[in-house]
Design a protein. Structure first.
Length: 95
């Protein structure tokens, strides 16, 4: 077994979530499809769902098991900003 296959097998044993922020790049979508197809990671793609799915379809890539989050419209983004804002306020007010 070569090094890459060994790493893939270890990844399958302890599934991790991988967040791919440059999902408008076909190379990222291809990598996501490979990881999902081979079953060694949960994938989160960050970007516009419509354009990501369009690129995947045009290139015959199955990313149906991926989670796609658009930071411009996601409630998760708003929650993260609110949390960070509160943390910054606490630091500022502490001094």
């Amino acid at each position: 077994m070569n090094f890459i296959e060994n790493m893939k097998n270890r990844a399958k044993e302890s599934m991790k979530k991988i967040v791919l922020p440059e999902a408008s790049d076909i190379r990222t979508i291809t990598a996501a499809a490979t990881a999902l197809n081979e079953g060694y990671a949960e994938i989160v793609l960050v970007g516009d769902e419509t354009s990501i799915n369009k690129m995947a379809i045009e290139n015959n890539l199955d990313i149906s098991k991926a989670t796609i989050i658009n930071p411009l419209t996601s409630e998760r983004t708003k929650e993260c900003f609110k949390e960070k804002y509160n943390q910054i306020c606490e630091i500022i007010l502490k001094d």
